[in-house]
Write a protein that binds this ligand. Structure first.
Ligand code: URP
Ligand code: ZN
Ligand code: ZN
Ligand code: ZN
Length: 484
């Protein structure tokens, strides 16, 4: 059975043009005028774009004494409702646990996914087993991205020697290093001091993680990655200090990407000073929301290309879970949701304001990350042969974001009350219509794992350059005699 998307305008990262799109057996088989199919989806007045890819989610993640509340079913349902057709989640080994054992747990959880997904592997400790497992994971599991936490001291954090060892291993095997860049030692000290001085509320979370801790760690990770010769992806870049480090590194020829979140682009630090404890605690995440100057920096980075991808870091905790931290802000589970709202919020605050073109919107929500992850053009493209992960985007459709109507399983939404203009009319996941004119028709278990090869173009270019510029002995003709 074929499906044809008719009368729309195809919008990709580099082109906009009128065309119908024919889908057969889950892939795009033809793009052109006046196409016919068994089933017709009317895209009049709409933009036909690659479905969104959210490369940063934590579904059913064990963290801070609990589990994040959206699992692969509700999380991917929320994703599809908002036009996102692929998520990449982080598989986290426990201390001392092998990488493959951690992956087994993620394999089990992800069988319920409604849309396609992939995994990043986290490196949460270092030893011979991790050294060996990285190779197996890259060569047999289709995972080429490895995340390191420079924060969460005493839990997920790794130190500089471990970072350098891991980065070198990844360079050798054609992987990509990722970092959560905050100086965990400084955060731990600042948190203890704030608590001792009676600053126990959610606002102290923001004070404990100023932009300097992020700027310092981002710069450190960039330098360590450069010395190891590995491309670096910095997750949740939230401030000018971190953006500056990335910008400078790019200008100096280093291979580094930055990923702002939709939350940091559209919500600011005033949220933490709200009178209502629950309101503030629900927005506690790391790094925290920043002020307007930092937000401007992130927006400018997106359109100038110094920042590459907009993600969510979707890690949703209920109000009851957030209340673990009443009386001690360090016990508030860190994380916020956003999967359903990323695309509509970015369109509303990006495209509708003129901060982003439609093509830039596609680039930062889908195509750029598909290229970085090495799954383009299977994902992130409207091309013949690409997976039919497509969003038919209605720029006139509006709604007010509300927890009452969201797909996420938690009891609030950090974007509550925000008006958005620009929403999916249809969302297709490998050809299957998961959103039909506002009606959710997801199918649990439809999602498949997306395997990703190592040694993408950027790895090859970087290793060529590193080889060319590596230290080598000077061939000399006259060598002075020694000992005279
Ligand atoms: O606060 C956050 N970001 N929670 C999720 C885990 C992480 O640091 O990415
Ligand atoms: Zn993370
Ligand atoms: Zn993080
Ligand atoms: Zn995260």
């Amino acid at each position: 059975m074929s499906t044809v998307i008719k009368n729309g305008t195809v919008v990709t990262a580099d082109l906009s043009y009128k065309a119908d799109v024919l889908v057969e057996d889950g892939v795009i088989t033809e793009i052109g005028m006046d196409l016919k199919g068994d089933k017709v989806l009317d895209a009049t007045g709409c933009f036909v774009m690659p479905g969104g890819i959210d490369p940063h989610t934590h579904l059913e993640m064990p963290f801070m004494g609990t589990y994040s509340s959206d699992d692969f079913e509700s999380g991917t349902r929320a994703a599809l409702a908002g036009g996102t057709t692929m998520v990449v989640d982080f598989a986290l080994p426990n201390p001392g646990e092998g990488l493959l054992d951690a992956l087994k747990r993620w394999d089990n959880k992800s069988t319920r996914a409604n849309c396609d997904y992939s995994f990043h592997m986290a490196v949460t400790w270092w030893g011979e087993q991790v050294f060996d497992d990285i190779k197996t994971v890259i060569e047999t599991r289709g995972i080429n991205t490895f995340k390191h936490f420079m924060a969460y001291k005493g839990a997920l954090m790794v130190n500089d020697d471990e970072l350098f060892a891991s980065f070198k291993r990844l360079a050798e095997l054609g992987g990509i290093a990722m970092v959560h860049a905050e100086n965990g030692d400084v955060v731990a000290e600042l948190s203890a001091k704030l608590l001792a001085e009676g600053n126990t509320g959610p606002e102290a979370h923001a004070y404990s993680r100023p932009p300097q801790v992020e700027g310092e760690a981002t710069n450190r990770a960039i330098m360590i990655a450069d010395m190891a010769g590995v491309p670096l992806y910095v997750v949740h870049t939230s401030c000018e200090e971190a953006h500056e480090a990335i910008r400078r590194a790019k200008m100096n020829g280093k291979r580094v990407w930055g990923e702002p979140l939709i939350q940091h682009l559209t919500l600011d630090e005033s949220e933490y000073f709200h009178q209502d404890w629950d309101h503030a605690a629900r927005r506690v995440m790391s790094p925290p929301f920043r002020n307007k100057q930092h937000q401007d920096s992130l927006w400018n980075g997106l359109h100038s290309g110094t920042l590459s991808v907009v993600a969510t870091d979707h890690c949703a905790f209920t109000t009851d879970q957030k209340r673990f931290g009443v009386g001690d802000f360090t016990k508030i589970p860190n994380g916020t949701g956003g999967l359903e709202d990323r695309m509509p919020m970015l369109w509303t605050h990006g495209v509708n304001t003129g901060r982003l073109t439609m093509n830039e919107f596609v680039a930062v929500t889908s195509t750029n990350i598909a290229k970085i992850l090495n799954c383009y053009p299977k994902k992130g493209a409207i091309l013949v042969g690409a997976d039919a992960d497509i969003v038919v985007w209605d720029p006139e459709k509006t709604k007010t974001i509300s927890a009452d109507t969201q797909q996420s399983s938690i009891d609030y939404n950090v974007f509550e009350g925000k008006e958005v203009k620009g929403l999916p009319r249809f969302t297709l996941t490998r050809g299957q219509v998961a959103v039909h004119d506002g009606e959710i028709r997801t199918q649990e278990g439809h999602g498949e794992f997306v395997a990703r090869e190592p040694n993408g173009h950027v790895n090859k270019a970087l290793s060529t350059w590193k080889e060319l510029t590596a230290p080598r002995p000077v061939e000399r003709t006259g060598i002075p005699a020694t000992g005279v």
